[in-house]
Write a protein that binds this ligand. Structure first.
Ligand SMILES: [Zn+2]
Length: 187
């Protein structure tokens, strides 16, 4: 019976709300992933998940009217997902570093490898920072221990979900409660 209703609703492929996104939490309210509203509604209707925070959107079919969830929580325990590292993403490095040069604090224009690549420095979150052109040029291939340039923050690898959220436009403010180290892309 429920399956029929879901099918009816899911056939409304033209409904743009279904391709909106829902933040999916685990039983312990930790963020698991960002899923389509379509996927979230399937979980809700099959009672595998519950709504934590409603969105402003309503999905209607002949049989059913549901408020699309902005945040949903799984009702059952899932095996802890293997935490993969987020791939290094240029835009996300700028966002993580608040668009400021991590050496002088001016507006960042490029990325810098703290340990230069030519000296074996890796292209990883922990070795890449936002940088202004003049610091980048002045630092050149100097090793950090031999240069006057000091980092203002310790570069870190963000959670994959924080990167995924940062790269999305129009992330709802209620997600901030659940995504730690949230950072934003500026327009
Ligand atoms: Zn600078």
């Amino acid at each position: 019976m429920q399956v029929v209703e879901v099918d009816g609703m899911m056939k409304m492929t033209s409904n743009p709300v279904l391709s909106e996104r829902t933040l999916l939490l685990d039983v312990g309210y930790r963020p698991l992933s960002i899923v389509s509203v379509r996927r979230a509604l399937l979980l809700l209707i099959s009672e595998k998940a519950e709504t934590v925070h409603e969105s402003d959107h309503v999905v209607r079919s002949e049989l059913l009217e549901v408020v699309a969830p902005s945040i949903a929580r799984l009702r059952y325990q899932v095996a802890a997902p293997y935490r993969r590292r987020a791939p290094l993403h240029r835009k996300a490095v700028f966002a993580r570093d608040a668009y400021l040069c991590q050496y002088c604090g001016r507006r960042a224009e490029c990325l810098d490898h703290v340990y230069p690549r030519s000296k074996g420095g890796e292209h990883e979150w922990e070795n890449v920072v936002a940088c202004c052109r003049s610091c980048n040029a002045a630092k050149g291939d100097t090793l950090p221990e031999h240069s006057k340039f000091r980092l203002r923050t310790v570069p870190y690898a963000p959670e994959p979900i924080a990167v995924a959220a940062a790269l999305r436009r129009g992330v709802p403010p209620e997600w901030d409660t659940y995504i730690v180290n949230r950072f934003r892309l500026s327009a």
